[in-house]
Design a protein around this ligand. Structure first.
Ligand code: 13P
Ligand code: ZN
Length: 283
């Protein structure tokens, strides 16, 4: 089967283009990866190349040995993916030690996988250990999430609670909450390690003054998670722009009622009492 006609490829391209049109991918901002299923690899194997050099990943991911990933290319613009997938995307294979990758398809005019490959692969390793269903890691630069990292304390509890309060659906969509990494140099193993530690408990991890990573089982749900979090952040930015205090909000007991009605468990550490109705309140 033609690689470009595969459903996973079409879903990936659509997701990247949707993200661009949301305004989350200025220039080459953001990156996306999908862990390809063995049965999907089998359908395209005859069309893959096997002559590219093996290149160090920059991280150690032995549990991903032999896996294939569809990834965005470093420096490639999300704006171009829809019109030029073979020039902007790559399919890579991980070697038997989990230390090197080989380009099997794509990047026809040269280039390499995203500079955030260590973070993508370490997050995939953590998520796959939890469930084989996890297949997508998505990094974007949505403006409202980034804006909040300048005014909210960089704490998982504060970000989770404030985002939950902004839209009733939020605790149902991300009941485990969101993690936050303080500012770090991007593109290396150190930030990948910090992010993957938080991916042990969350499906979304915010990078202060940079962006956010989301994990999920497919293009649709992972895009939906990103969209829900950024929409909530947008509402919070609007609220903060109008007033430092909320006149009313969703209270801890409301969240407990919601958890019962929607059969989700919401960790009590996010349902702390606040001393005032200022936007952050006291933990
Ligand atoms: P790449 O172009 O290497 O994917 O980098 C974009 C980015 O968002 C880095 O964090
Ligand atoms: Zn980035």
């Amino acid at each position: 089967m033609k690689t470009l006609e595969m459903a996973f490829m079409q879903g990936f391209i659509r997701m990247a283009d949707d993200g661009f049109r949301m305004g989350w991918h200025e220039r080459n901002g953001g990156n996306l990866s999908y862990r390809i299923k063995p049965e999907e690899v089998a359908l395209i194997k005859g069309r893959l190349r096997h002559d590219a050099p093996w290149v160090p990943i920059g991280a150690h991911v032995p549990s991903l040995a032999g896996e294939y990933f569809l990834v965005t290319g470093s420096g490639k613009f999300f704006r171009d993916i829809k019109d030029d997938p073979e020039g902007t995307l790559a399919i890579i294979e991980i070697d038997d030690k989990g230390e090197n990758y080989q380009i099997k398809w794509g990047l026809v005019e040269g280039g390499k996988p995203t500079s955030e490959l260590p973070a993508h692969l370490m997050n995939h390793a953590v998520k796959r250990a939890k469930s084989e269903d996890y297949r997508v890691i998505y990094h974007a630069h949505p403006a409202n999430i980034i804006a909040l990292t300048f005014v909210l304390p960089l704490k998982d509890e504060v970000f989770t609670r404030e985002l939950w309060e902004m839209a009733t659906e939020c605790p149902v969509v991300f009941p485990d909450g969101v993690g936050v990494v303080g500012w770090m140099v991007p593109g290396g193993e150190a930030i990948a390690i910090e992010t993957s530690k938080l991916m042990e408990r969350y499906d979304a991890v915010i990078w202060a003054h940079h962006g956010i990573f989301c994990a999920g089982d497919g293009a649709h749900t992972t895009f939906g998670l990103m969209h829900t979090i950024e929409k909530s952040a947008e509402i919070l930015v609007k609220v903060l722009s109008m007033s430092p205090a909320k006149l009313q909000t969703i209270e801890p007991d409301n969240f407990r009622d919601l958890a019962g009605a929607f059969h989700v468990s919401l960790p009590e550490r996010f349902l702390y009492e606040k001393e005032s109705n200022t936007i952050i309140g006291k933990e």
